[in-house]
Ligand binder design. Structure first.
Ligand code: AMP
Ligand code: ZN
Length: 109
């Protein structure tokens, strides 16, 4: 855990952010500035800066992020209508919080 990292603080229960789902590996919460009716963030408890910093030891984290996102898409009723899963990578890729996270965006009509 990095003490100056907002997503570390959220993932370790140090804020009042509502956690929608938690596993041993990750937490899920709503994006504070949603870009769509459904905008969730899937955040590993381990501090990893970005996709660039993943190692082969992190493969289970990555697959769990996607599998839990798939489940939460269903729970939020966007499985059939469709959704985007997105990683922003580093500044040029639009990354603002330098703790790896997967965006789930959907729910447009
Ligand atoms: P990114 O541009 O991929 O780094 O996305 C970071 C996302 O985190 C943005 O969509 C922000 O709105 C969101 N965000 C930042 N701080 C918080 C917070 N405290 N709670 C929920 N979402 C946040
Ligand atoms: Zn962090």
């Amino acid at each position: 855990m990095e003490k100056d990292c907002i997503f570390c603080q959220i993932a370790h229960g140090r804020t009042d952010t509502e956690i929608l789902t938690e596993t041993d590996t990750l937490v899920v919460f709503k994006d504070i500035n949603p870009h769509a009716p459904v905008h969730l963030l899937f955040v590993p408890k381990k501090h990893i800066r970005s996709i660039n910093d993943l190692t082969s030891a992190d493969q289970e984290i990555l697959s769990e992020l996607i599998m839990v996102a798939r489940d939460m898409a269903k729970e939020h009723g966007v499985s059939k209508s469709g959704y985007k899963l997105l990683y922003n990578v580093e500044k040029g890729g639009g990354q603002l919080v330098f703790h790896l996270h997967l965006h789930l965006i959907g729910g447009w009509h």
